[in-house]
Design a protein around this ligand. Structure first.
Ligand code: PNW
Length: 448
């Protein structure tokens, strides 16, 4: 029999927020409409060989034109909250002046959410850096951090009162490492010596933005979103256990230590001694200002072994369940990481929202007009249990956003990888709620 989506009672209370998440470039399309400026992902899409099947974000889910129906769909599902991101190049020109056509789109979207009683959680930077900034060095240029703070200032003035939670950056690890270290993501720079400077400027931008968000929109919460990965080794050898520790330093503590402890992890020096960023006086205090919440994105565990030097190598396990991305399904990793963060950061750990979790599967609409995404339902159930377990162990977890509301442009993997609770037919733009969405709706409606 097919599994039923059934979150544990610990996550069904009135104070636990249930939401869905998306990002501007992945759903909006309309990439040159109403004065939207080119961004690094548009450039990347236009570079042959970068995106699977040559897909681009030009049309995506056409959400820019279909936002009203998409909000209605969320209302239909009964979610408490929606996490979206705003496109920097839609709302601000190169001189820093507002583009009111772009701003009005977000105001209409946020107002419709408000009408439907859906909380609005807004990420300012989900990877669509304006191309003109990349042309000046992008995140390798310290100046980009100051430009980001100007953008955050503009947005929080323009959208004050319309936002429940502001998130500065989505997954700075991905921007720094995939964007500048291995080049799998835009802007496609591949030099390991770039990753630490890029990260430092991203985190500095986050810190510079926080005071503006507070001053301009004091009623909203403020935080950041970090992707975290579980790293373990199937070998008990000390060098392999050490490699697993280094994996987590590189993926998790590299981001969380500066934010929550005010310094970079010492072990980072073992991984990339050659790429120390230029840290100016006061930077770490700027970066480590208090936040109202921490957003955590969790997807998978990685098995590693030592590389024989001061590093780790991915050593994929056979016979484990994987998703359409090839990512290992490992719900326990979510619990272990959260419990570990509480131990590492103690009182400095802000309340946590899971801002992304979910999986890709090769979903299609069947002859019955339905999408039976049974692996997703089982995946979600097991992650809900893991989350409830972390909560029972004392981690302050306030909510869960599923990635994603609907199938969308999955970055370098284009439209082939489907993360949605709702299926999208890219020919017709028809949305079809998958079984997971229909069952989430039942759960949400059945809560007290
Ligand atoms: C996140 N990794 O990306 C992003 O926030 C989303 O926009 C994206 O669609 C989603 O997760 C699914 O990929 C990640 O390689 C991309 O570790 C890559 C990794 C992690 C997160």
């Amino acid at each position: 029999s097919s599994p039923r989506l059934s979150p544990p009672a610990a996550l069904a209370g009135p104070d636990f927020l249930w939401g869905v998440a998306t990002a501007s470039f992945q759903i909006e399309g309309a990439w040159a409409t109403d004065g939207r400026l080119p961004c690094i992902w548009g450039t990347f899409c236009n570079t042959p060989g970068k995106i699977l099947n040559g897909d681009t974000g030009e049309f995506a889910c056409d959400h820019y034109h279909r936002y009203a129906q998409d909000v209605d769909l969320m209302a239909e599902l009964g979610v408490d909250a929606y996490r979206l991101s705003t496109a920097w190049g839609r709302v601000m020109d190169e001189q820093g002046k507002p583009n009111h056509k772009g701003l009005d789109f977000y105001k209409r979207l946020l107002d419709r959410l408000q009408e439907k009683g859906i909380q609005r959680w807004v990420t300012l930077y989900h990877w669509d850096l304006p191309q003109y900034l990349e042309d000046r060095g992008g995140w390798l240029n310290r100046d980009t951090a100051y430009r980001f703070a100007e953008y955050a200032d503009l947005m929080s003035r323009e959208l004050a009162g319309r936002v429940d939670g502001w998130m500065t950056l989505n997954e700075p690890w991905c921007s720094a490492f995939l964007g500048y270290g291995n080049g799998h993501h835009a802007p496609g720079k591949a030099n390991i010596a770039y990753v630490r400077p890029a990260m430092h400027h991203l985190l500095l931008g986050h810190g510079l933005a926080l005071p503006a968000l507070k001053a301009n929109d004091p009623g909203a919460k403020r935080g950041i979103v970090a992707n975290v990965g579980r790293g373990t080794s199937d070998s008990a050898a000390p060098e392999d256990q050490d490699a697993a520790m280094l994996y987590e330093v590189q993926h998790n503590n590299w981001v969380l230590d500066p934010l929550l402890k005010g310094h970079y992890p010492k072990a980072l020096e073992r991984l990339w001694p050659e790429s120390r960023p230029l840290v100016l006086e006061g930077d770490m205090a700027t970066i480590s200002q208090p936040m109202d919440f921490l957003g955590i994105n969790y997807y998978f565990r990685t098995n590693v072994r030592s590389d024989g030097k001061d590093g780790f190598v991915d050593t994929p396990l056979a016979d484990v369940e994987r998703t359409q991305m090839g990512w290992e399904v490992h719900p326990q990793g979510l619990q272990d990481l959260l419990v570990g963060f509480k131990a590492q950061y103690g009182d400095k750990l802000p309340p946590i929202y899971i801002t992304e979790n979910g999986m890709a599967s090769d979903d299609a609409v069947g002859a019955d007009g339905q999408v039976h995404d049974t692996q997703r339902i089982s995946f979600l159930n097991r992650h809900f249990e893991a989350l409830a377990g972390a909560k029972a162990k004392g981690v302050d977890i306030r909510g869960y956003f599923c990635w994603s509301l609907m199938d969308n442009f999955e970055w370098a993997f284009g439209y082939e990888r489907r993360f949605g609770l709702v299926h999208v037919d890219y020919e017709t733009q028809k949305r079809t709620p998958k079984d997971s969405a229909l069952q989430l709706k039942e759960f949400l409606a059945a809560r007290g």
